[in-house]
Design a protein around this ligand. Structure first.
Ligand SMILES: NC(=O)c1ccc[n+]([C@@H]2O[C@H](COP(=O)([O-])OP(=O)(O)OC[C@H]3O[C@@H](n4cnc5c(N)ncnc54)[C@H](O)[C@@H]3O)[C@@H](O)[C@H]2O)c1
Length: 328
């Protein structure tokens, strides 16, 4: 029986990860979350009603939280973080404080865990934005490019900086105290139950309610990765010993698409024709983002399988009956 801790497990990636791990079986899962962004909704409650999974409502910036967890974990997925464009713009202090302190406390906790096979750290594609802006960034982007900050005085930099700091924590504590770790950089993962602060659900709402829809940054590209593919890569990256001490991109490089094409695909899924009104680029939005995922493919043997159309369709099935809940 693998003992697994998922920090931030009430959030988007964490919930689907817990669900998939339970499906695979032979696991005992603890979800830890302070519900700052994650929700204890019907779906999480239904997951928690199953055997071999429990929930701890706790804050990782409070050292006492760790005393409630025991010390017996084989795999730790560290997903908890303050994320999201609005948080980053309005609360960059929280981003820096929570992401740094929670990761420091977590890695200290790893030092005392009894049979830890791996700790997994979720970093971000946002980390490449400075190099894209200031220098030539190869696209698709491999993990070993030199990293650059965008502008240390801007709020937006707080998030990428907190994740760079997190990566450094794992390398330095990991090597010094012999903690097996893997770092991944997620690229534009989407799917059901991801809230409404994301272009996909945002467009579900706008296209449903309007005949003309504004589209910002229409020529910017993103490589969209459906949650099921991201979760498979997450588990393989964490459980494989080949990935110890590695940084891996997680995303879907076959699905790089402009925002213009993305919203058009969404309207096709919704079977509604609307007029798109292209407006200016969102300040700070990277013009292009696409991961080179050959490293994770080589190390785990997995390639993403879900096409954009299928992924958007599955996502819409979930959102369709919930569009009215966006104001809750
Ligand atoms: N979803 C993506 O496309 C994407 C892209 C890049 C990076 N990531 C990274 O992956 C991880 C998971 O992302 P997500 O989309 O599931 O985010 P999410 O916001 O849905 O989940 C994060 C969870 O962490 C919890 N949390 C925040 N601060 C906490 C604290 N101090 N103590 C305990 N819990 C706390 C929140 O309540 C939330 O449930 C994050 O670290 C994020 O930076 C995700």
């Amino acid at each position: 029986m693998k003992k697994i801790l998922i920090t931030g497990g009430a959030g988007f990636v964490g919930y689907f990860l817990a669900r998939r791990l339970l499906e695979i079986g032979n696991v005992e899962i603890t979800i830890l979350d302070n519900l700052q962004r994650g929700r204890k909704d019907e779906e999480l409650d239904s997951l928690l009603s199953k055997e071999n999974i429990s929930f701890v409502n706790g804050d990782l910036t409070d050292k006492k939280t760790f005393e409630r967890l025991g010390k017996n974990f084989n795999y730790i997925y560290h997903l908890a973080a303050v994320i999201g464009v609005r948080n980053v713009q309005e609360n960059p202090d929280r981003v820096l404080f929570v992401n740094a302190i929670s990761t420091l406390y977590l890695v200290e906790f790893c030092r005392v865990c009894e049979d830890l096979q791996k700790v997994f750290f979720s970093s971000t594609s946002e980390i490449y934005a400075g190099t894209l802006h200031h220098y030539d960034l190869p696209i698709p982007t491999p993990e070993d490019v030199n990293l650059t900050l965008l502008d240390v005085s801007s709020q937006r930099t707080s998030y990428m900086l907190s994740k760079m700091y997190g990566e450094s924590i794992f390398f330095n504590y990991g090597q010094k105290y012999d903690i097996p770790f893997t770092i991944v950089r997620y690229h534009n993962v989407y799917g059901p139950r991801m809230g409404f602060m994301h272009i996909v659900p945002e467009m579900f709402v706008k296209i449903t309610e309007n005949e003309t829809v504004d589209v910002a940054s229409p020529s910017h590209t993103r490589a969209m990765c459906y949650i099921d593919d991201a979760v498979e890569m997450t588990i393989l990256a964490c459980e494989s010993v080949n990935t110890n001490g590695e940084i891996l991109n997680i995303g879907n490089q076959e699905q790089e698409i402009s925002v213009r094409e993305l919203v058009f695909t969404i309207s096709k899924v919704l079977q509604k024709q609307v007029e798109f009104n292209e407006i200016e680029d969102t300040p700070g939005s990277p013009s292009r983002r696409c991961p080179d995922i050959s490293k994770i493919k080589n190390l785990t043997g997995f390639s993403p399988k879900v096409s954009l159309f299928d992924g958007i369709s599955k996502t819409y099935i979930w959102y369709k009956s919930r569009l009215h809940t966006r104001h809750e």
